[in-house]
Design a protein around this ligand. Structure first.
Ligand code: MG
Ligand code: MG
Ligand code: MG
Length: 305
């Protein structure tokens, strides 16, 4: 092993995981006056991530097929089921995350978890605590990630600290109306016309092992529900496919309407009643609408643990 340390987010990278890898590498390289921290991604990035990288002029991070035998810091996840291939055999240096903890390691490491709205909020806070500031472009990238993760502060995962950090980063990035800017990001995110059905379902998709069995939960957030309505039949076919080929108990797709602040829950499950009970919904043809449901992490996952 050489002394390079890769900073890497979860599989099916989202904007927060990629922006966290870039910003934490920048932060660590700066304060340690080194260049050994390298942002990386474990696979293809989604559209709003590519859009934000381009907008703020960042190169695409190195794509690692496997992290086996590499020094790594995990950002925006801590569960091996969500980590890059080879993570079980990597040398893990640290974890920086804002999700529930499901992690075990045989050595003491840096383990930094906060119940905040985004990993990028934690990194911004590290700069501010040292009286440092991320550069203008980096502030813009981090702001983008926090706005997407917190659904423009509407998600119940968004804390008062996230809101303060959003204002500070918007200031540094010279973005006057962050709400308007955030809506642009969601427009990029939800234009699904050029994506295949499989790409839509897997664009923000996570596996979980719950007591009932293996669950797959995908989420798409949109400002335009109509785009998904017409694809519903195909979406169901796809989640059924995933369920059957992957030996799942349940596969859920949340289609979140960020304008009306609620989600359509599409589910294929061995026990639909269990899902209904947990989420307090009533399925009709395997789907149900739940007002106020915005967060997979806070409002769905905990119901099945
Ligand atoms: Mg994430
Ligand atoms: Mg995140
Ligand atoms: Mg998310």
């Amino acid at each position: 092993m050489n002394d390079k340390i890769y900073i890497i987010g979860h599989k099916t990278p989202d904007l927060d995981s990629v922006a966290a890898a870039i910003s934490y590498a920048d932060f660590k390289n700066n304060i340690e006056e080194t260049d050994k921290y390298i942002p990386a991604v474990p696979g293809k990035m989604n559209k709003e991530t590519e859009y934000a990288l381009e907008k703020f002029k960042f190169a695409k991070p190195e794509e690692l097929q496997s992290v086996e035998n590499k020094n790594i810091i995990l950002v925006d996840h801590n569960e091996f089921s969500q980590a890059a291939a080879g993570a079980q055999k990597a040398n893990i240096i640290g974890v920086l995350d804002h999700h529930k903890v499901d992690f075990k390691y045989n050595e003491p490491i840096l383990f930094n978890i906060k119940p905040w709205g985004a990993t990028c909020s934690m990194i911004a806070d590290m700069y501010f605590k040292l009286d440092l500031e991320p550069g203008k472009e980096l502030a813009g990238l981090m702001l983008s990630a926090i706005l997407v993760d917190t659904v423009l502060t509407k998600s119940p995962t968004c804390t008062e600290i996230d809101k303060i950090i959003i204002e500070k980063l918007a200031d540094i990035a010279e973005i006057e109306d962050w709400e308007k800017f955030g809506l642009e990001l969601f427009k990029v995110r939800s234009s699904v016309s050029d994506l295949s059905i499989a790409e839509i379902v897997k664009s923000d998709y996570k596996d979980f092992s719950f007591s009932a069995g293996k669950f797959g939960i995908g989420q798409v957030e949109t400002a335009d529900l109509a785009e998904f309505k017409v694809k519903e039949e195909e979406l169901f076919k796809e989640i059924k496919n995933i369920k059957e080929s992957g030996d799942y108990h349940t596969v859920i797709l949340m289609i979140t309407d960020i304008i009306n602040e609620g989600s359509w829950v599409l589910a294929e499950s061995k026990e639909p009643e269990l899902i209904e009970k947990a989420l307090e919904i009533k399925f009709e043809n395997n789907k149900a609408y739940k007002k106020g449901l915005l967060s997979r992490k806070k409002q769905v996952v905990p119901k099945f643990i």
